[in-house]
Design a protein. Sequence first.
Length: 167
Amino acid sequence: DAPGAGMGPLIDGEALDRVASDVERALDMCDEVVLRGTRGGGKLAAGHFLSPTLVAHGDANAFFAQEEIFGPFLVLEKFEDEKEAVARANNTVFGLSASVWTADGDRGMRLARALRNGTVWINDHNRLFAEAETGGYRRSGIGRLHGYEGLADFLETKHIHRNAGLV
């Protein structure tokens, strides 16, 4: 319990140092710093707290747009139309999950179908259901979890054929 913390801490000091270093590198390269995160102060200084950082950047190939920082860091990318938005979102070797936020339900479904991610939420994020399979595309994730597909990862299939005429 950490009164005053808007979110939980990172897992340990090593993770905090790594994320803070990646954030600093990104801040040096980004087009605009919208919100600069800081390490926890006061009573939070003893923990591994880092407040969120939000940057705007135009180059979709920047390391922080291509790699997961695994901390409270978000990149805003401008786009002219849906086609460009989808191209930017799919321009990565990863594809674990994505969120589409829109007031137009048809547009949300159209974008969700076009995104190459294992899970796409529309007007929501990180809501998981045990009966619904989750997992990433390309180099994301560790396989399939939940649902039948997740269970199937723990099974081995064997086919046995017996010619009853020879028994």
